[in-house]
Design a binder for this molecule. Sequence first.
Ligand SMILES: CC(C)(COP(=O)(O)OP(=O)(O)OC[C@H]1O[C@@H](n2cnc3c(N)ncnc32)[C@H](O)[C@@H]1OP(=O)(O)O)[C@@H](O)C(=O)NCCC(=O)NCCS
Length: 160
Amino acid sequence: MSTAIRNGFSLKAYEPSDLDAVIDIEYQCYQYPWSRNIFQQCYTMGYSMQLALSCNIISGYCVMSTAMREAHILNLCVAPSLQNQGIATSLMHHVINEAHKRNCQRMFLEVRISNIAAQRLYSRLGFNQIGERRNYYRRGFGREDALVLAKELVSLYQPE
Ligand SMILES: CC(C)(COP(=O)(O)OP(=O)(O)OC[C@H]1O[C@@H](n2cnc3c(N)ncnc32)[C@H](O)[C@@H]1OP(=O)(O)O)[C@@H](O)C(=O)NCCC(=O)NCCS
């Protein structure tokens, strides 16, 4: 079942039959894409895997794990032809809400130091830099650092 977010756009939970469409976007967006196996493992692990649909065509996705009251964004991607229309923003609002429901206190993620578009998006959503991971990503023949960003979530959890 999908949820409408705006004219022509909706969100729905990932199902295994969506893998081909997701992999197609993944390969368009990343020089070092995730394999099919990684998406299958995320699904098996029960991670939150949210899809954005544009006129019923998969246009983006977000993968999030939650553990120990922390949420970790593992992947966020929008098809190049549909970027800059608010799809990633809608996906992030949805997973932030999901993390609230799972009683997470904090959300964090890594982003390439060169990925200015993603950093602007996360900054707009209230993420702050809390650290760096040296040589975290592959880049050409070398490595690239990651920024570690975090956003504090207002917890719904009420201790006894
Ligand atoms: C980073 C990424 C996920 C952003 O996706 P997106 O759907 O383009 O993001 P949004 O549209 O929500 O926001 C992007 C910009 O579009 C603007 N925008 C949002 N809705 C808009 C609309 N209706 N019309 C025009 N612009 C709009 C936003 O204000 C934002 O501007 P900014 O430059 O100030 O941030 C996308 O570029 C991507 O998939 N990149 C490759 C993979 C990647 O790098 N993922 C992140 C890994 S950490």
